[in-house]
Design a protein around this ligand. Structure first.
Ligand code: S3P
Length: 424
């Protein structure tokens, strides 16, 4: 599928699909609980579908609905086939932690992109816990022999919520205490949700610990995905419009992008705050245009890691030199996002230079509509749509169906708030 995108002003209020990170965890934890759980606002994206499919293959009953009913005996069953995580790094890494401590063997596979992504970062700490995981040179397929695990103390060498969560989930099946130490705080949904589901989680400064435990069944409404929301908020800031996203997660480990927008001169307001199973939720409203440049360093990266491509785009319209560094992790996302963003925005006329761990962007520059491709990366498909909205002339986004991984109806939602976008 292609998208044809023309300049427009983004203006309006919307709700975005449920948060992908929270939804993966909700499905996994509901599968580990004994009894029935209800997950409202489960997003329909392919990544979350992959986790639901794997939980089913492990004997958990997951209804196929926006309000999913999950029934589990609390004991996973040996799968009859390889477990397919498709494009989803979160499914593969977190489920490795769960599967390592089971009494059966399993095999996790993924698509071409996921099969290139580094899995050594979870194999190493899980092996220290006693896991037996074979890989193809540190990548999927992962053959996991169920093993008896024991707790470890582990300082994360890469700031990664996926690695932290894999270890904590394995800790639910391990003897003794499992402690993960992180230098820079990454998203803490696993900790918050485990606690809300009755598992004891200890946090002392930057260390988080769990012991063997079983989550209780629960009911929750998955808050809107702040990473999906950020495309609309950025588009408003780039086109002089106003956008409001309702019911979105404002967990402080996810709102780095909003703080960066404010530093670039954009007005960000939050309203109607509430808690949903330990997770803060609010409506977020953005108005005013981006003015100044932005400096982002390693300490901020985990809290806006998925929004960095958008910050690079915003920087093209800010006066001055923006520098984003300490983000080498972007090279091992669904694509090498440093190379891909530089190529895409460069082709559209941006003054953007690649660093080994980020970008330097000189602005402002006028962007020009071009034919660009998502390269199979959902966030780059949506980035291209936003870039096309503030570019001169028409932008053609090839391989736009990649957006289905996190936001299947993105182009319709974008058109609803004034985007001039057509699927062809
Ligand atoms: C995620 C954590 C981040 C993020 C990914 C989802 C999660 O990855 O990029 O989209 O749900 O834990 P890392 O923690 O590996 O940086």
């Amino acid at each position: 599928m292609k998208w044809l995108v023309s300049p427009a002003v983004i203006e309006g209020s919307l709700a975005v699909p449920g948060d992908k990170s929270i939804a993966h965890r909700a499905l996994m934890l509901a599968g580990l609980a004994h009894g029935g759980s209800v997950i409202h606002n489960l997003p329909a994206g392919e990544d979350v579908r992959a986790t639901a499919g794997i939980m089913r293959a492990l004997g958990v009953n997951v209804s196929d609905a926006d309000s999913a009913l999950v029934h589990s005996t609390g004991k996973l069953k040996a799968p009859q086939q390889a477990l397919d995580a498709a494009n989803s790094g979160t499914s593969m890494r977190l489920l490795s932690g769960v599967l390592a401590g089971q009494r059966f063997d399993s095999c996790l596979v993924g698509d071409e992109s996921l099969s290139r992504r580094p899995m050594g970062r979870i194999i190493e700490p899980l092996s220290r816990m006693g896991a037996d995981i074979r890989s193809r040179d540190g990548s999927a397929p992962l053959e996991i022999r169920g093993s008896r695990l024991h707790g470890i103390r582990y300082a994360l060498p890469v700031a990664s919520a996926q690695v932290k969560s894999a270890i904590l989930l394995a800790g639910l099946f391990a003897s003794g205490e499992t402690t993960v130490e992180e230098r820079v705080p990454s998203r803490d949904h696993t900790e918050l949700m485990l606690r809300a589901m009755g598992v004891e989680v200890r946090r002392v400064k930057n260390k988080v610990s769990v012991t063997r435990g079983k989550p209780q069944p629960f009911q929750m409404r998955v808050p809107g995905d702040p990473s999906s929301a950020s495309f609309f908020l950025a588009a408003a800031a780039l086109t002089g419009g106003t956008a409001e996203v309702t019911g979105v997660s404002v967990n402080p480990t996810r709102t780095g992008f909003l703080r960066a927008l404010e530093r670039m001169g954009v007005s960000v307001e939050m309203g109607e705050e509430r808690l949903e199973l330990g997770e803060p939720v609010a409506s977020v409203r953005v108005s005013g245009s981006v003015t100044g440049p932005i400096m982002i360093g390693a300490d901020e990266v985990p809290q806006l890691v998925d929004e960095i491509p958008l910050l690079a785009l915003l920087a093209t319209q800010a006066s001055g030199k923006s520098t984003i560094s300490g983000a080498a992790e972007l090279r091992v996302k669904e694509t090498d996002r440093i190379a891909a963003v530089t190529a895409m925005l460069g082709a559209m006329g941006a003054d953007i230079r690649e660093l080994p761990d980020g970008f330097v962007v000189d602005g402002p520059t006028r962007l020009l509509g071009r034919t660009v491709s998502s390269g199979g990366d959902h966030r780059l498909a949506m980035l291209a749509a936003v870039a096309g909205t503030c570019a001169q002339g028409e932008t053609v986004v090839e391989d736009a169906e990649a957006a289905d991984v996190s936001f299947p109806s993105f182009h319709r939602a974008f058109a609803d708030v004034g985007g001039r976008i057509e699927a062809a």
